[in-house]
Structure formats: structure tokens, C-alpha cells
Ligand binder design. Structure first.
Ligand SMILES: Nc1nc2c(ncn2[C@@H]2O[C@H](COP(=O)(O)OP(=O)(O)OP(=O)(O)O)[C@@H](O)[C@H]2O)c(=O)[nH]1
Ligand SMILES: [Mg+2]
Length: 449
């Protein structure tokens, strides 16, 4: 029994239309208690639209159209009524309240999609694609999510699983003839199936980092000693005055974040408080505060005040380079306008005058270049952390199977690890899942989806 649930599926507020969605057992009867049109919704054919009055007892609420989807041919796989009403703050609210008075309950975040999953309408990677689609901040992230929603990823995983299972069964079959000393399976075919799966898992898991960029944005952390011109550069990149700039060191206290779009990706610029130099550079005061900001940065710009010397921030640069291995770190020599003779450049530094907006384009170019590099890794999937961990596990299991096969350690051992990998791959598409995993996936959803 699926309880009838209802929620607003469009954003609340002023709009032309709003869509209220109701799903579950008895929704058509409930809707009929409030709706009068030419036909009763209970009698309406699936995939039809009906116009009429929506009322709460004798009070007219709105003129609406209702789309009817009968189980199992609906998003959730249950009976679904989608009520199109006028937008604004009151109409949809009143419709939802009326439906609740008549027997629906308010849906939890993601509950429609959860039911779609539990009813086998979508697999887990498709559910995740729905969340990514809703939240996508980039053109590429969106396009990949759509491909994932089409089931491309799941099909590929299913294909690999089948190959591995076939190979494992052959090995097991051979076991039955072990007594007679038969070895009739071509080992190279088994190896091929394992290697193909390993390659796929590795290739995909390596796109995790890039996927995050297309999912959450490309982070640029601006750091350096006080007064080096971080906020001036931040404003220059944003092309507006957002951060306060002054000659007083320590102007920026916490941090500021603003986004710009480059190559269809949300580039999230973060202006941080200046780091203070102490006796021991490792203990640079404040580095802990910006630590998490820099740790999530794809690009770290270390701003140096060139008028204080070209090597003034070298130690800081080297330290950050070592600490944030996965980020690209660039030394930005600022205030070139204060220098008479252009110094010789080293390959990891660029020269700019943030104040005069001179050379700032080089930074857009670096960002563009990084984004292009990252997008080469993206295939048909936006790999998330859950996929990443499972892909890693599967490739470890397959690695063990491969090893056992090469060392001739017996069919049982090889087949066992192959079957484990098959199960791990199955977890990716949600053939087996825990409630915890489901809950954490659906916590990303909003009510009404
Ligand atoms: N001549 C010159 N001055 C600059 C340049 N960039 C920044 N400044 C000046 O340097 C001073 C400090 O600039 P900010 O942008 O506030 O520096 P900050 O690094 O954000 O400083 P804190 O937030 O205090 O750490 C201001 O007086 C700016 O006008 C530049 O390219 N040339
Ligand atoms: Mg500042």
C-alpha cells in the first residue's frame, strides 16, 4: 500500500503556473472530492488532461488542469495526478491543504523519486542523475546528468557484470571436472573480461575529481600575505566592486565567495583573509582558517606584492604547492605597475596589476585551460563519491581475481573475487542497497521531486 502523498513540484512564489503533484493509492478518489470537470478523474484514461474547478467544499480555489497518469505508467509507478494551477503564494498552498484534508499527506523531500526507485522505474544512478540535473551548475554537468538519466551508465555496468558472471560461471563449471584434471577454459578470455572491467572502473573513478567540478563548480582560492592585493584581484575578476580594498593590512577578515561563469562552468572565486608571516613559515597564522577553503580549491592563486620583492612569497608558494597536491597553484606577481623594470618570469608565475586590470586575462585563460583539461575526463557519468568508492572497491576485487588467475591459485578463488566485484558493481545501480545509502541520496532532494 502506497500512502497518497502530495507536494508542490515547482518553486514557491510568484509564477505563471504551479504544479501540485499527488501520487499513491486512492489519489484519483481524493482529487475527485475537490474537482469538477467534464469527466471524473477516477474514470479518466491514463495520460489525459482535464479542465475544471478545484474547490474546497463550496469554496472555489482555482480553475485548473489535471494530468492523469495511471500506475504503472507514471513517474513514481503509482497513480499520479498533476494539478496545474495558477502561480503565486496562495493557490497551490490552498490546493495542497485541501488534498491533505481529503486524505493525502505532505511528501518528504525526494519521496516521489524514492518511490520511482522502489517501484523499479529508475535505478540508483538514474536517481542520482535526477538530483544532479536539478542542482547542476554547469552546461556539461547538466548534459552528462541527462545521459546518465537515460540509463547509459547502468547499461554499461550491467554489460560488464554479465561478462564477469559468465566468466566466473565457466570457471566454476570447470571445477566440476577438476577430478578428471580437465582445464578446458581459455585463461586469456577470463583475463580479458577482468581487464576490461578493471579498465572501465579505473577510467571512471579517475573522472570523480572532474565530475565534482561540473557538479559543484570550479573553486579558485585567492590567498597571500596581507595587502598583497587579493581583494583588488577578486574584484577585477568579478568585474565589479564586491570586496573592500584598502591600504590597511587585514582588511578582509573572513572570506568572500562569488561566482562567475567560464566555459559553462560556475567558477567560484574565494577571497580570503591575508596570511600573517611568523618566524616559522609552517605556522603561518591563519592558514588553518583558510585550510578548508584552499583544500577544496581547484586553482590556488598566491598573490605576491612585487614591490616587496619577487621572492617575497616564494616560501609560501612552495608550502602551498606541497600541501595541496591536487590543486594547481600559481604565483601571481601583483603591482607590476610599481616596478620600473619587468623582472624575468619563472614558469609558475604570472605578472599583473590588479589595480589597473593589467594582465588579469591570464587568469581567465588559466581557468579556461584547467576546465578544458578536466572535461576531457568526463564520459557518460557524473561520478559521485558513492560511485567512486564502489568503483575503487570493484577494481581491487578484480585486481585480486586477476592475481589469483595469473598465479594459478585455483578457480574457486578467482571466481569468488569476480562474484564479489559483480556484487559491488550491482550496488552502484542499486541492486542491493542499504536504507542509509538511500536516505543520504534523498537528503539532496527537495520536497516535490
Ligand atoms: N599600485 C598598485 N596597488 C595595488 C594593486 N593591487 C592592489 N593594490 C593596493 O594594495 C592595497 C591592498 O589591496 P587589497 O586588495 O585590499 O589587498 P588584500 O590582499 O585584499 O589585503 P587584506 O585583505 O588586508 O589581506 C590597496 O591600497 C590597493 O589599492 C596594484 O596592482 N597596483
Ligand atoms: Mg582583502
Amino acid at each position: 500500500m502506497a500512502e497518497a502523498i502530495v507536494a508542490l513540484s515547482t518553486p514557491p512564489g510568484v509564477s505563471g503556473l504551479a504544479v501540485v503533484r499527488a501520487s499513491g493509492d486512492g489519489v484519483f478518489e481524493i482529487v475527485d472530492k475537490c474537482f469538477s470537470g467534464k469527466v471524473r478523474i477516477t474514470e479518466a484514461k491514463t495520460h489525459t488532461i482535464h479542465y475544471g474547478e478545484f474547490r474546497n467544499k463550496d469554496k472555489l480555489i482555482d480553475f485548473v488542469t489535471i494530468s492523469v497518469f495511471r500506475a504503472p505508467n507514471s513517474y513514481t509507478g503509482e497513480d499520479v495526478a498533476e494539478i496545474n494551477c495558477h502561480g503565486g503564494y496562495f493557490v497551490a498552498e490552498a490546493i495542497i491543504e485541501t488534498l491533505i484534508e481529503n486524505g493525502c499527506r505532505l511528501a518528504e523531500p525526494g519521496e516521489f523519486t524514492k518511490r520511482a526507485f522502489l517501484n523499479g522505474k529508475l535505478d540508483l544512478t538514474q536517481v542520482e542523475a535526477v538530483a544532479d540535473l536539478i542542482h547542476s551548475t554547469s552546461q556539461q554537468g547538466y548534459q552528462t546528468a541527462v545521459r546518465q538519466l537515460s540509463g547509459e551508465f547502468s547499461r554499461r555496468i550491467a554489460e560488464l557484470k554479465k561478462k564477469l558472471l559468465d566468466a566466473a560461471s565457466l570457471l566454476e563449471l570447470e571445477l566440476d571436472f577438476a577430478d578428471e584434471g580437465f582445464e578446458f577454459i581459455d585463461r586469456s578470455l577470463i583475463l580479458k573480461a577482468i581487464d576490461e572491467a578493471i579498465d572501465y572502473c579505473r577510467e571512471l573513478s579517475s573522472s570523480y575529481h572532474s565530475s565534482e567540478i561540473f557538479r559543484s563548480g570550479f573553486f579558485v582560492g585567492i590567498t597571500g600575505f596581507p595587502n598583497s592585493g587579493k581583494s583588488t584581484l577578486f574584484n577585477a575578476l568579478l568585474k565589479k566592486r564586491r570586496a573592500i580594498v584598502s591600504e590597511i593590512p587585514g582588511t578582509t577578515r573572513d572570506y568572500l565567495e562569488e561566482s562567475i561563469f567560464i566555459e559553462g562552468v560556475a567558477v567560484r572565486l574565494i577571497d580570503t583573509a591575508g596570511l600573517r608571516e611568523t618566524e616559522n613559515i609552517v605556522e603561518i597564522e591563519g592558514i588553518r582558517m583558510v585550510e578548508s577553503l584552499l583544500a577544496q580549491s581547484n586553482l590556488i592563486l598566491v598573490i605576491n606584492d612585487l614591490s616587496l620583492g619577487q621572492t617575497n612569497s616564494d616560501q609560501l608558494y612552495n608550502q602551498l604547492l606541497e600541501r595541496y597536491e591536487t590543486s594547481r597553484v600559481v604565483l601571481v606577481q601583483n603591482k607590476i605597475d610599481l616596478i620600473e623594470k619587468h623582472p624575468e618570469g619563472r614558469d609558475y608565475e604570472i605578472f599583473i596589476s590588479a589595480k589597473n586590470n593589467d594582465g588579469v586575462n591570464q587568469i581567465y585563460e588559466i581557468i579556461r585551460e584547467q576546465i578544458r583539461k578536466e572535461s576531457e575526463h568526463i564520459k557518460d557519468v557524473l561520478v559521485n563519491q558513492r560511485h567512486y568508492l564502489l568503483l575503487k572497491r570493484a577494481s581491487e576485487e578484480l585486481g585480486r581475481a586477476r592475481q589469483s588467475l595469473l598465479e594459478n591459485r585455483g578457480n574457486e578463488l578467482v571466481a569468488d573475487d569476480m562474484r564479489k566485484a559483480v556484487q559491488t558493481l550491482g550496488e552502484i545501480i542499486g541492486e542491493t542497497f542499504s536504507m542509509d545509502v538511500l536516505n543520504s541520496i534523498f537528503s539532496r532532494f527537495c520536497i516535490g521531486k
